[in-house]
Write a protein that binds this ligand. Structure first.
Ligand code: URA
Length: 209
């Protein structure tokens, strides 16, 4: 069964409070999401393998550690997931970025993929699927389906705020996927918004309504 990690670092929690606040404007919202995504990337990359390398400091030769070159991929779910990409890339600039776009079928109300573009070496990469909000879990589950269908075998899911319903949905559909969250909120309301949440992440990030 996939594990769920809630990052309760004080800096993450502090910034999340301002992200949630309805008086935070678009520019600041975007900057804060970017910063929290970086802080979460710092935590999520804790298990990256290292290798020993030989270097020379100004004083003497030394054996030091460097990343072993694991191939990473970030996959934002369009559109709100885009706001987390740059923050992650600041820490792992060599990661490749795929994209998954989903729309909601008006009859079944289920998410359907309309756009998927991934790096060509899908099987060799560790992927982090990102979306700020994990609400019902429908989009996250479908996005993970989309990349698994194309050969992805190592996948993590990262979001800012999750509802318990969404976490359960991913755990059931994709028990191999670990989930990384900045805050686990109370519930969904009747319109599918996370309570207390932050409202519509895409609209707040891009200034649309
Ligand atoms: N998507 C959002 O942007 N906000 C929510 O509260 C739920 C889904």
């Amino acid at each position: 069964m996939g594990k769920v990690y809630v990052f309760d670092h004080p800096l993450i929690q502090h910034k999340l409070t301002y992200i949630r606040d309805k008086n935070t404007g678009t520019k600041e919202f975007r900057e804060l999401v970017d910063e929290v995504a970086s802080l979460m990337a710092f935590e999520i990359t804790r298990d990256l393998p290292l290798q020993e390398v030989q270097i020379e400091t100004p004083v003497c030769p030394a054996t030091a550690k460097a990343l072993a070159g694991k191939k990473l991929g970030i996959v934002p779910i369009l559109r709100a997931g885009l706001g987390m990409v740059d923050g992650i890339l600041k820490l792992i600039p060599a990661a490749k970025v795929g994209h998954v776009g989903l729309y909601r079928d008006p009859e079944t109300l289920k998410p359907v993929e309309y756009y998927v573009k991934l790096p060509s070496d899908v099987e060799e990469r560790d992927f982090i699927v990102v979306d700020p909000m994990l609400a019902t879990g429908g989009s996250a589950v479908e996005a993970i389906n989309s990349i698994k269908k194309r050969g992805a075998v190592s996948i993590k899911f990262m979001c800012l705020i999750a509802a318990p319903e969404g976490v359960e949905e991913i755990k059931t559909a994709h028990p191999d996927v670990d989930i990384y969250i900045a805050a686990l909120d109370e519930k969904l309301n009747e319109k599918g918004y996370i309570i207390p949440g932050l409202g519509d992440a895409g609209d707040r990030m891009f200034g649309t309504k």
